[in-house]
Design a protein around this ligand. Sequence first.
Ligand code: ZN
Length: 145
Amino acid sequence: MSAEVSALYQEMILDHYRRPRNKGTLENADASVEMKNPLCGDEIGLQVTFDGDAVRDLRFSGRGCSISLASASMMTQLVKGKGRDEIDAIRSQFRDLMLGVASGADESRLGALRALSGVARFPARVKCALLAWNALESALNGHTP
Ligand code: ZN
């Protein structure tokens, strides 16, 4: 990764951390999940409404490190309006990126999440980056369209 890309990614993480997207609560949520990452002290609450098997809308709340909150903010932007299969594919690809496993798949669909690719070099922080995704998985698993 070039220094320019690295600086850009750092800027994207800070931007989502300082101005989180989709932060708050949803009235009449179909699923509500709370999850913690005890290793770092991150906490996240996620509320989702569904439209069939697609995520109609979602909001998150929580506190924690910049990685966990930026990842949650980016995740909410990326999955809104998408169906279960597409979300599963993105999540699995993002997990591969965090674990440093080359999936061979086109990473462009990860969007802003690619800014977190540097986290793979810090195994202790991978759980921070995946916290919001684990919460989303739990919300999806509890939902039967
Ligand atoms: Zn953290």
